[in-house]
Design a protein around this ligand. Structure first.
Ligand SMILES: Cc1ncc(COP(=O)(O)O)c(C=O)c1O
Length: 358
């Protein structure tokens, strides 16, 4: 039976990597960058309660959540756009701003969705390799910007390598990018920055000086709401408004908006998640080091094990021991952290699998 042909672009899209399959029961799901902690009771209650009015459409363009975010961030509501995840917002942003013949500069290896979104937007892809230390090469990225660059994407901390840069580096970068180019600053993991080695900073403070900056944030990580799909962006109204025009009329479901609003009030929960991730991250890094495996110091809720060609075999060996991790063939393995006991399980699994780190 034949079906209508899809757009030729579809066949060219990169595919998402997945965790290896195995018959062994899964004990640790360390392959997805989720939170290991279910949301607090007040958040579940808010979402459940919103379900009672589930027969009604939610607030137009997420206005109720925007009002709450405006209060929380101190940013004016006309600078905030909400949608079903920060990835959706990136897609809508590119739809609103990319025109044929333009290009988008982004770091690589970074978040897998970037090349997919950029390709879908019709822009030319300009991936810029990471430094040998697996961080953004901000100089090379600024060098790659030309008159046709619609946007540059920065991922700080970077997924999947966990590296991060500080405010002075961002300021220097912004000073080099023309005002006509968007700088999309994706800080999905901002709360996990290791403040013993890098000072966390408020990227929205740079918006008044750099109206081409777009700050992307998510409720999927430290807020523990990945399954509800909520993200937001903060940008100059001249950027926020066109994106608001592009997004669907009801971009966030009522339970998701209620959950996100309630989650903003749960600062103690976020501290608990951050501290638990920080502690487990140290333990996982130590376990990998003891096993003679390389491990990049991380500012996120995962660690990067640069194993090159051994990556897939390592991921498969761990999966056979009940631990799912994400392999990026030829590059490395990302292990999400947060779940208590993962470090000990890794030590046992590596010993059992007798993985050769070479
Ligand atoms: C860097 C980065 N940005 C955005 C996202 C997507 O977040 P959301 O769940 O809000 O779409 C992810 C998810 O893993 C991510 O790693």
């Amino acid at each position: 039976m034949t079906t209508p042909l899809p757009h030729p672009l579809v066949a060219t899209l990169p595919v998402y990597s997945t965790a290896p399959h195995s018959e062994t029961p899964l004990v640790f799901r360390a392959s997805s960058n989720e939170s290991a902690f279910p949301p607090p009771a007040s958040v579940v209650e808010a979402a459940t309660s919103a379900m009672r009015a589930g027969n009604r459409y939610p607030a137009f363009k997420g206005a109720d959540l925007i009002a709450r975010l405006s209060e929380h961030t101190g940013m004016s509501g006309d600078m905030i756009v909400v949608a079903d995840g920060s990835l959706s917002l990136l897609q809508h942003l590119l739809t609103a701003f990319v025109t044929p013949g333009r290009n988008v500069v982004f770091p690589w290896r970074s978040y897998e969705a970037y090349p997919i979104c950029v390709q879908l937007s019709g822009a030319e892809l300009r991936p810029i390799p990471l430094t040998p230390a697996f961080g953004h090469d901000l100089n090379a990225m600024a060098d790659a910007v030309d008159a046709d660059t619609a946007a540059v994407i920065l991922c700080n901390p970077n997924n999947p390598t966990g590296t991060a840069f500080g405010r002075p580096e961002l300021e220097r970068f912004l000073a080099r990018v023309p005002a006509s180019t968007l700088v999309v600053y994706d800080e999905a993991y901002r709360e996990f920055v290791d403040d013993r080695v890098l000072a966390p900073f408020e990227a929205t403070e740079l918006l008044s000086l750099h109206p081409n900056l777009v700050v992307l944030r998510t409720f999927s990580k430290v807020y523990s709401l990945a399954g509800l799909r909520v993200g937001y962006l903060v940008a100059h109204p001249g950027i926020a408004e066109p994106v608001r025009q592009v997004i669907p009329p009801f971009p966030v479901s009522a339970p998701a908006a209620a959950a996100a609003s309630a989650a903003l009030g749960e600062a103690g929960f976020r501290t608990m998640v951050r501290e638990a991730v920080g502690a487990e991250r140290i333990a996982v890094a130590a376990a990998l080091e003891r096993a003679g495996l390389p491990c990049v110091p991380s500012h996120a809720n995962f660690v990067w094990v640069p194993l090159g060609d051994a990556s897939e075999a390592f991921a498969l060996a761990l999966r056979e021991e009940g631990i799912a991790v994400r392999a990026f063939p030829g590059e490395g393995v990302r292990i999400s952290v947060g779940e208590a006991g993962l470090a000990d399980a890794l030590t046992a699994a590596v010993a059992a699998a007798l993985v050769d780190p070479a």
